[in-house]
Each structure stands twice: as C-alpha cells, then as structure tokens.
Design a protein around this ligand. Structure first.
Ligand code: ZN
Length: 139
C-alpha cells in the first residue's frame, strides 16, 4: 500500500463500522485530519491483527492532530501480554511519526513539509499550503 495515493474519504462511522469494539467509546473525541485517514485505517488494521478488535480488549480514546502530528490515544480494557502491549505501542508510534510525512489535508507524501505559522503547526504539501493561505486574513 502506498501513502502517496490520495486519502480515502473515510468518515468516523466507517471506522466504527469496521472496528465496532475498538471504537465503541471514543470518549475524548475523534478529530482526524482527512489526509491522515489512510494512516489511521492502516494502523487499525495492524491493531486488529494483534487481537485488539476482540470484545473488551482495546479502546481508542482519542484521535486528533496536535502540533502538526497525529495523536492516537488508547487503552487496554483488560490485561494483555507484554508482547501485545509493546506491539500496539510500536504500531501507534510508527503511525504518529509517519503523519509528519503525509499531508494532513490531502494525504499525499509528495512535497510535504512541516511548518509553523505563528502558533499553528501544520504538515502539508505545497499545493495545500498555498491554497490555505488564501483563507488567511493578513494585514
Ligand atoms: Zn496536500
């Protein structure tokens, strides 16, 4: 699978439908920039392969963007072995790192750069960055 394809238009309900147990009570919110849909979808696939979609094993707590990067918070509902726990952490950390190479708006990996605009951090490709500039108010 390539991250350079355009992001698939998943909605929260698509995640919930695909992984009803993992997304049963996302109590801190799901605010996923559209461009990272594929990154999180792939992550959930990997978590499922660890057994996280079994009933009452694993909960996604919150998904959001912070300081231009993906944040994926989760917890285990019951004790799992250390190997499963470590693998889940590795997959999540990998995806969070990966997000800095994927445009948060359109999902491309081409010409992506991390920028800070005053206090706003963004991971965007050049076309998306120039488009969003049009909507900024400038003095
Ligand atoms: Zn883009």
């Amino acid at each position: 699978m390539s991250y350079s394809e355009k992001a698939i238009e998943y909605e929260f309900k698509d995640f919930q439908k695909r992984w009803p147990n993992m997304f049963k009570k996302v109590y801190c919110g799901f605010n996923l920039p559209r461009g990272w849909n594929t990154v999180v979808w792939k992550l959930c696939d990997r978590l499922e392969s660890l057994g996280c979609e079994e009933p009452d094993v694993f909960q996604v707590a919150q998904v959001k963007e912070k300081f231009g990067g993906l944040r994926f918070y989760y917890g285990f509902d019951k004790e799992v072995d250390n190997e499963t726990r470590a693998s889940a952490r590795t997959y999540v950390e990998f995806s969070e790192s990966m997000s800095f190479y994927v445009c948060q708006t359109c999902g491309t990996t081409i010409d992506v750069c991390f920028t800070s605009d005053n206090a706003w951090y963004n991971t965007r490709c050049t076309p998306c960055r120039s488009q969003s500039k049009k909507y900024h108010i400038s003095f």
